[in-house]
Every structure is written in structure tokens, then in C-alpha cells.
Design a protein around this ligand. Structure first.
Ligand code: NAI
Ligand code: MG
Length: 345
């Protein structure tokens, strides 16, 4: 058996942190089967050169030749660029990676209060279907976006969230929504997720999971004041995106928070952060989120031993606090942090 991993560094610090994850995986040696890496193209830089952000070849190689993949980050412009569309959003749809799982955990032990939660973000719909239109009416320009929430997507993300909650010590799930205002779309999400334990195939398995609900705005408030009340948080796409960046602030840096994009037959690791143009090219990007994303990806595929070794190495480097990038108050370069992690592995 062998393992083929697609690497899509894309833009900005994605190109600095994905090689770090590759080195960490290589250091696992015989804890993994024979491993091959395939470098794949995508991103805004690639779009500027070629007119396409996600070449067909990348998608095909991922689908037919790779067992899993690691994605860095893309620099999507805030202004509309004709012909450009975010390749990460497209990949999630194309590969049906419907669950974005984002664990946020404090490891230094000196944060008050300490955080141990997982954001389970629906990854294929909501406002991210990007059906926007601009018309001109009596009030000038009118911009509209369609927000899609389906029963199917809400049910399957709900199933992932309940399953995850049932396996964690606290067995607690919070459903994030804004049904008090958006009673049709968020109402469908809320009802469908809450009904998951009643599905016939569940067979009482989630009876010991406690369920709470929290409106998204007050969820952010409570996240900052009393993050310990949260265990698993399940949310529609946009809310999940925002909540996970907010949660990252509680543990010290976006550069620490990993994720996987998971579907029924493919998994793609991806640090939660973006391409960080403010620090790109300076060799100071924190590579730990990327290495942790590799660990999550390997764990998802059943390579528990390798995943544990990566996580333990990262945790040790953070706890010791000697070799850290500037986002965590350190003075070290990306490569020095990678070296420190490799030594621990
Ligand atoms: P960002 O996550 O790139 O950066 C936010 C802040 O966190 C910046 O100050 C940055 O320096 C810092 N930061 C992020 N990752 C870090 C790391 N590993 N080490 C040290 N510091 C780190 O978010 P921003 O600035 O809002 O977006 C920049 C670009 O990234 C945009 O073009 C956006 O479209 C794109 N983006 C892409 C994502 C993806 O590919 N999945 C996700 C989020 C944003
Ligand atoms: Mg985000």
C-alpha cells in the first residue's frame, strides 16, 4: 500500500507553510506507508499568469491519483475580478468536501480560560454558493445574494457534528444559527440538525449528547467570555467561517488552528488562516497550523500513530516556548520552528 498526497500551496504564506507540513510528514518514516507527494497548481497568482485559478488538471489528479491533499491559502481579491473565482471554494464543491472540521485547543496552559472546542462548519452552501447579482433600480444599484440551505446538507453536517460530539468526553453540541431573524433558512438548518438524533439509523446512539442552541452573535460574545461552555459547535458556512477565526484569537494565533475539509471519500487538510499578504515572503509565517492540518488529515485516514506524533511534537514546541514565530511573541523564523518540530518528531 502507498499514500499519495496532493500539495496545493497556492498563494502567499501557503507557499511557506505547506512545505513545512510536507517535511513533517516525511519525518514520520515507517509510521506511514510509502508516501508520494504531487505538487499541484491553483490560486490567484496562477490566475494572473494563466486566466484560470483552478486548472482541470489539478482537480483530475486530486480525484484520480491522490488519497488526500493539503491546501495552503489563496489570495482572493476583495474587488470583483472578471473570470476569477476562489479555487478553495470550488474544490470543496468539486470534491464534495461537505464538512469543515476545525479544532481549537489551547496548549500553553496559561490562557485564561482554556479552550477545547471543535467548529463543524457546513462547507458547500449558505451564502458561499456565490449567486450574487447587481441590478439598477429606483434606489440606484441593488445587490442581492442568494443563501441556500438544504435539508440534505444540514442533515449530513448535523450527523458529523453529533458523531464527533458523541466521541468526545463532554458530549456537548451547540447549534449556531440566527433563526430569530432568518426563520426560513436558519430555521431549516436548526430543525434539521436538531432532528438528527431521531433518524432511524442513529438508533439511540446520540442519546447522551446534550444539545444547546446559541444565536450566532451572542455565540461570539459567549465565546470570548466563557469559551469553556463550548465543546462541538455546528454552524452554516458563513457563521462557521467567522466563529473559527474568532476562536483562533482565544488560543493565541490563527497560525495555530488547523482544519480538514472532509467528504465521504476524500479529505483535504488546510490551515484556517489565509494567505497573510502582510507577512508573506518574510519567512515568519507560523507553520504549526499547517503541520496540525497534516495531522488531522492523517488521523482522518486512520494513521493515528503518525498523527499523534505530529500533534505531540507541535504541542511540545509550543509549551517549551523557546522557538516561536512573532505571532506568538517569538523571534524565530518559519524554518527554525519547522526544525524544532522535526527534532521532536
Ligand atoms: P489571514 O488569515 O490571511 O490573515 C489575518 C491575520 O493573521 C494577518 O495579520 C496575518 O499576518 C495573520 N496570520 C495568518 N496566518 C498566520 C500564520 N500562519 N502565521 C502568522 N500570522 C498569521 O486573513 P486576511 O488578511 O483576512 O486575508 C488575506 C487573504 O487570504 C485574502 O485574500 C483572503 O481572501 C485570503 N483567505 C484565504 C483563505 C483560504 O485560502 N482558505 C482563508 C481566509 C482568507
Ligand atoms: Mg476563514
Amino acid at each position: 500500500k502507498s499514500l499519495t498526497i496532493g500539495l496545493i500551496p497556492a498563494d502567499g504564506i501557503g507557499r511557506e507553510v505547506i512545505p513545512a507540513a510536507k517535511q513533517a510528514i516525511l519525518a514520520l518514516g515507517s509510521d506511514l506507508p510509502k508516501t508520494e507527494f504531487v505538487e499541484l497548481l491553483a490560486g490567484f497568482e496562477y490566475f494572473k499568469r494563466t486566466g484560470t485559478a483552478l486548472p482541470d488538471e489539478t482537480v483530475e489528479i486530486l480525484k484520480y491519483d491522490c488519497d488526500c491533499a493539503l491546501f495552503g491559502a489563496v489570495s482572493s481579491p476583495s474587488k470583483k475580478v472578471v473570470g476569477y473565482s476562489s479555487p478553495i471554494v470550488a474544490l470543496r464543491k468539486e470534491l464534495d468536501l461537505y464538512a469543515n472540521i476545525r479544532p481549537v485547543i489551547s496548549v500553553r496552559g496559561n490562557e485564561k480560560p482554556s479552550v477545547d472546542l471543535v467548529v463543524v462548519r457546513e462547507n458547500t452552501e449558505c451564502l458561499y454558493i456565490k449567486q450574487e447579482e447587481l441590478t439598477v433600480g429606483p434606489n440606484g444599484k441593488e445587490a442581492r445574494a442568494t443563501r441556500l440551505i438544504t435539508e440534505r446538507a444540514s442533515r449530513r453536517i448535523g450527523q458529523i457534528a453529533f458523531e464527533l460530539a458523541s466521541k468526545r468526553p463532554r458530549k456537548h453540541l451547540t447549534v449556531i444559527h440566527k433563526s430569530n431573524v432568518l426563520s426560513v433558512t436558519d430555521g431549516l438548518f436548526r430543525e434539521t440538525v436538531r432532528a438528527v438524533p431521531l433518524l432511524p439509523e442513529v438508533n439511540g446512539r446520540y442519546n447522551d449528547v446534550t444539545v444547546m442552541e446559541q444565536l450566532v452573535d451572542s455565540a461570539v460574545y459567549r465565546l470570548f467570555r466563557e469559551p469553556q461552555i463550548f465543546d462541538v459547535m455546528v454552524a452554516p458556512n458563513l457563521y462557521g467561517d467567522i466563529i473559527s477565526d474568532a476562536a483562533a484569537a482565544l488560543v493565541g494565533s490563527l497560525g495555530l488552528v488547523p482544519s480538514i475539509n472532509a467528504g465521504d471519500d476524500f479529505v483535504m487538510g488546510e490551515p484556517v488562516h489565509g494567505s497573510a499578504p502582510d507577512i508573506a515572503g518574510q519567512s515568519i509565517a507560523n507553520p504549526l497550523a499547517s503541520i496540525r492540518s497534516a495531522a488531522l488529515m492523517l488521523r482522518h485516514l486512520g494513521y493515528t500513530k503518525g498523527a499523534d506524533r505530529l500533534d505531540i511534537a507541535v504541542d511540545q514546541v509550543i509549551r517549551e516556548g523557546q522557538v516561536l514565530t512573532p505571532d506568538l511573541g517569538g523571534k524565530s523564523k518559519t524554518e527554525e520552528v519547522v526544525e524544532a518540530v522535526l527534532k521532536k518528531i
